[in-house]
Design a protein around this ligand. Structure first.
Ligand SMILES: Nc1ncnc2c1ncn2[C@@H]1O[C@H](COP(=O)(O)OP(=O)(O)OP(=O)(O)O)[C@@H](O)[C@H]1O
Ligand SMILES: O=P(O)(O)OC[C@H]1O[C@H](OP(=O)(O)OP(=O)(O)O)[C@H](O)[C@@H]1O
Length: 229
């Protein structure tokens, strides 16, 4: 079955459960949309909303851009981290109109407290970097002129320096609690991260009139939030 771009089909918003879902609820409320079921208590992957013309798709965070790019969802919400990795493989496929200022954290370099990161960089050592964020890490170290071997992981990056898999990790840091719990320290910030609205380009053309009021409401609500954050 191909994506349904007919003007009357319900709009479909793809997002991940957990922090992005929780942070999106107030934005939907600001647009007058209520969500009565939670993906934490329901096993449903397609959630209805109070607006019969809008439904939610619950997918893995890193799969959101794929659903939107192929038109299985009209729009979606994804972290800047996820979008950098996706765009490296699929340049130009997604329209990214709004930074929603939700799920905010930093992408950082971290290592064991006893690893001399500044010294290793100064001496031109080749660094082993464990990360899920291969593209962002590669670009960061290339810009610094540091040679790296990137080791791709899918989670629990904090373990890698503890067991000798890598010298450093590139991971998301918010409170710093996960680093502290594993005796790691952040040694360099790479970029601030927040989640963005992404829109399928065909949907924007064929269903722009229905999408635009939602995009406008999200933008107003996220700008207001950013002001109070
Ligand atoms: N500790 C954090 N604080 C704030 N935002 C975060 C934090 N960790 C991740 N994020 C942001 O939230 C997004 C979703 O994170 P989440 O943990 O739900 O998915 P994930 O486990 O990273 O992805 P996947 O399920 O695809 O492996 C991330 O892409 C990032 O932009
Ligand atoms: O600085 P902190 O507040 O401790 O947050 C950082 C942690 O948050 C993210 O993991 P997450 O909680 O999403 O777990 P997951 O990667 O296993 O999904 C990230 O990968 C770090 O491990």
């Amino acid at each position: 079955m191909s994506p349904d771009f007919t003007p009357d089909a319900p709009l479909t918003l793809a997002l991940s459960k957990g922090r992005i879902f929780e942070d999106t609820l107030p934005l939907l409320e600001a647009a007058g949309v209520h969500v009565t079921e939670s993906p934490d208590s329901s096993r449903k992957l397609i959630l209805p909303t109070s607006d019969p013309g809008l439904r939610l798709l619950i997918v893995r965070a890193s799969d959101v851009p794929t659903y939107v790019q192929y038109g299985a969802a009209d729009f979606g919400i994804a972290g800047r981290d996820v979008l950098i990795e996706h765009t490296a493989q699929h340049p130009g496929g997604l329209y990214q109109p709004i930074d929603l200022n939700i799920a905010r954290c930093k992408l950082s370099v971290a290592c064991r407290a006893d690893f001399d990161y500044a010294g290793a960089v100064y001496q031109g050592a080749r660094l082993r970097v464990a990360t899920k964020y291969v593209q962002a890490a590669r670009e960061h170290f290339a810009a610094k002129g540091v040679f790296v071997d990137i080791i791709k992981l899918y989670g629990s990056m904090e373990l890698a320096p503890l067991v000798g898999l890598s010298d450093v990790i590139v991971d998301l840091v918010s409170t710093g609690g996960t680093l502290r719990a594993n005796n790691l320290v952040a040694v360099e910030d790479i970029m601030p991260i927040s989640s963005r609205l992404i829109v399928n380009r065909a949907a924007l053309k064929t269903r722009g009139a229905r999408l635009q009021p939602l995009l406008d409401a999200f933008e107003r609500a996220s700008t207001a939030d950013a002001g109070t954050a």
